[in-house]
Design a protein around this ligand. Sequence first.
Ligand SMILES: [Fe+2]
Ligand SMILES: [Fe+2]
Length: 239
Amino acid sequence: METLVTEIAPDIYRLSTYVPDADFMFNQFLVDAEEPLLFHCGLRALFPLVSEAASTVIPLDRLGWITFGHVEADECGSLNSWVAAAPRAQVAHGAMGCLVSVNDLCDRPPVPLEDGQVIDLGGRRVRRLETPHMPHGWDAGLLFEETTGTLFCGDLFTAIGDAPALTEQEIVGPALAAEDVFGATCLTAATAPLMRRLADLAPTTMGLMHGPAYAGDCSTALRELADGYAERFARSQDG
Ligand SMILES: [Fe+2]
Ligand SMILES: [Fe+2]
């Protein structure tokens, strides 16, 4: 296995590892700025590969921030390995997630973020968006990089298989097909509205955790995904 590094937007790097046994890919994102930020730590088992890939972009002791969407092994399994490798980095997570999990799990006390809170990285600015239970996890949230319009959309649009680093090809169909296999998303009345709120950000690029980065019409893709979940939620209410 190898971790491929691709710049998907100015100073925004995708670190991508395809795991053939699972026919599934795991991506992390590095935002290079005065205080570089890592979004998703990745699986503990992949830390040697991913950290080596990250170090081709920046020395790890320059890393300023470590954050992720929700508590799960592929999001933060390697959190404490990153904390050890990046002595200056602050760990940040949603306030609820800090209270429930990360204050206890993390070797460095985390910075709790409120919904909509911006971290100015110096050259890049990221905003934490709380999305409780969407796609899953009480503490779930996403990250929007405002200067490039990049939405780090975590497990949204998760697809099975390998994928190119950056695409404008259709991502909604593969995502709904994977949803119907995995059932990974909490189907609630809030699921589709939260996705539509992300569409209102009008992102120019989306960084998928399990799929390609997407440079097509992101708002339309998010609204179509929301429609797919609205249908599934409606069906779940029948009978
Ligand atoms: Fe997840
Ligand atoms: Fe994930």
